[in-house]
Design a protein around this ligand. Structure first.
Ligand code: G1P
Length: 277
């Protein structure tokens, strides 16, 4: 039912400068795979075949990554290195990629609205923030879990996790009533509140399922925190109509937009993928 996944990928990645000066942060690798490829794989496993990527200046390598490199193919054809490309080739065949550019940085809500031309007004869609890397080695991916929930409730869904109260000012924070285990009906949500303002320690992470009416809401959403158009504010409008769920996902999320999270993901993936114990 959810066939399209939107990837806002226009941000500057300032926390990773100078690495991200000439290279998109979404292309930073955990082991040998760029962050955005993990996101695309998660989306594909959840049933999305159309990847809609909102890029910006200096992001051409994302487009090149999800395309065939004839020169490279030619060079390694018939050698023992050919299999290194198998995974990405399969992905390219299974998905369609489309791109649009966000030419002004006006926040996550604005990035999602920019993606409307790729997503359309008809169907619900997923959103993945590639620097939130999610792993659930022995179970379903986070988006797959959310798609299953969507099939039951047919409304917007945000993935959440419990965080330390001192970190509430880094996230969208929700307030809600638990209607089944790990599923909350959202009554309030605040973008990056202070510890005093925060209604809970349940933080939104970079996985969303959005119903397409979100675009019309975003169009009239005023700039909020940091003067940016926030998806949290638009979702609050849907929540007021009782149409947003928050879901405590199974698995682990790494904040790969921070050096700490990035290193932790690298270590954990290295041990899980290469040194199975
Ligand atoms: C964005 C959202 C925030 C959410 C976070 C998850 O913030 O605005 O609500 O909690 O992603 O990673 P950003 O990290 O882009 O500042």
């Amino acid at each position: 039912m959810i066939k399209k996944c939107l990837f806002p990928a226009a941000g500057y990645g300032t926390r990773f400068l100078p690495a991200t000066k000439a290279m998109p942060k979404e292309m930073l690798p955990i082991l040998n795979k760029p962050l955005i490829q993990y996101g695309v794989e998660e989306a594909l496993k959840a049933g999305c075949c159309t990847m809609a990527i909102v890029t910006g200046r200096g992001k051409r390598s994302i487009e090149d990554h999800f395309d065939i490199s004839y020169e490279l193919e030619h060079q390694i054809k018939g050698t023992d290195k050919e299999n290194y490309l198998d995974e990405i080739r399969t992905l390219i065949q299974a998905c369609t990629f489309s791109y649009t550019r966000q030419n002004e940085m006006k926040g996550l809500g604005h990035a999602i609205l920019t993606g409307e031309t790729l997503i359309g007004q008809e169907d619900p869609f997923a959103v993945v923030l590639a620097d939130d890397l999610c792993a659930n080695p022995n179970g379903k991916g986070v988006l797959s879990q959310m798609v299953r929930l969507y099939e039951k409730y047919h409304c917007s869904i945000v993935a959440i996790e419990e965080i330390e109260p001192k970190n509430v000012d880094k996230y969208g924070i929700i307030e809600g009533e638990e209607i089944e285990k790990g599923v909350y009906k959202v009554s309030n949500m605040i973008e990056k509140p202070s510890t005093q303002e925060a209604p809970s320690n349940l933080a939104v992470i970079g996985r969303y399922i959005l119903t397409p009416d979100i675009f019309n809401i975003l169009r009239v959403t005023k700039p909020g925190k940091k003067g940016e158009i926030q998806i949290t504010d638009a979702l609050l409008q849907q929540a007021k109509a009782g149409k947003v769920l928050a879901y405590k996902f199974e698995g682990k999320r790494y904040d790969c937009g921070s050096i700490d999270g990035f290193v932790q993901a690298t270590n954990d993936f290295y041990h899980t993928l290469y040194h199975k114990v």
